[in-house]
Ligand binder design. Structure first.
Ligand code: PAF
Length: 277
């Protein structure tokens, strides 16, 4: 049975009981508006943990744009129905006051890996993510936490944070789930109109070609990728960059794992994607 819990005291009482029985607890942090990508995280957690908590909390601190926060889809009933089909134990869906009670004064800020790309373009975003994720780890006391590789930089920020603060949780990064045409699943895809939705897969297709060109040592692969994305109908490209896969610093040679990461606007929607190189 899946129960919905809104307060930390109740959640912790349940989790402490599980832990006393020696059960491994997994958490999947989400902001709701669940799609198959999230469900694949929940299924991965179910496969590896005796108990699974999915958190649903639209975290105001990670939105640098108030309009984006207002527009963020809130679909708790549909989300709960989906999570029941997966058989998760708890949906932890706290209200903002439960997470940020009056007097809340702490910011968790990760430097280095959180600074370039999304960090530079969305000031305060990763502080908000790092703060809420630290809280969710503390509140759920989970042993394992599941994040999608779709938000690659976020995943590296969370790994850094867990290492730096000795948080006793094992972070699992799960493969990006894609639509049949290659578009990475995202809650934002629902905002694409029919024309934009048809154009959207061009980002991943261009990135795949660019990754191959980089592997083949071709010069100008990233510029060609950006041009291809714009030619396919995207309004603008914020970045298409090759980076060190774990530090997100400059890619130096091909010795360390590299990641190609991109953010681009299409029909008023900001899409991000990333692939290994
Ligand atoms: O990836 C997300 O949905 C959010 O950034 C997260 C990890 C749930 C924190 O609010």
């Amino acid at each position: 049975m899946t129960v919905i819990i809104r307060n930390v005291v109740e959640l912790r009482a349940l989790v402490l009981g599980w832990k006393a029985a020696g059960e491994v607890v997994g958490v999947v942090p989400t902001m709701g508006a669940l799609h198959d990508g999230h469900l694949s995280l929940a299924r991965a957690a179910k496969a590896e943990c005796e108990r699974v908590i999915v958190t649903i909390f639209v975290n105001p601190k990670q939105f640098n744009n108030p309009d984006d926060l207002k527009k963020y889809p809130r679909t708790e009933e549909a989300d709960a129905a989906l999570l029941r089909t997966v058989g998760v134990d708890v949906i932890f869906a706290p209200l903002p006051d439960e997470v940020y009670p009056s007097g809340f004064a702490t910011v968790v800020s990760v430097s280095g890996v959180a600074e370039p790309l999304e960090g530079a373009l969305r000031p305060g975003h990763f502080d908000g993510v790092a703060t809420v994720v630290s809280k969710l780890f503390g509140m759920t006391m989970a042993d394992r936490a599941y994040f999608g590789q779709k938000d690659w930089q976020q995943l590296q920020v969370v790994k850094r944070l867990v290492r730096d603060l000795n948080i006793p949780v094992w972070v699992v990064g799960c493969e990006t789930i894609r639509e049949a045409d290659g578009l990475a699943m995202s809650s934002r895809n629902a905002r694409l109109d029919a024309v934009a939705r048809a154009q959207a897969p061009a980002l991943y297709a261009a990135m795949m070609r660019a990754a191959q060109a980089v592997r083949g040592g071709q010069a100008g692969a990233l510029e060609a990728c950006a041009a291809e994305v714009l030619a396919a109908g995207f309004d603008s490209v914020e970045y298409i960059e090759l980076r060190d896969a774990s530090t997100l610093g400059p890619a130096e040679g091909m010795e360390r794992p590299l990641r190609l990461l991109a953010a681009a606007w299409l029909g008023g929607v900001r899409l991000i994607d990333n692939i290994p190189v």
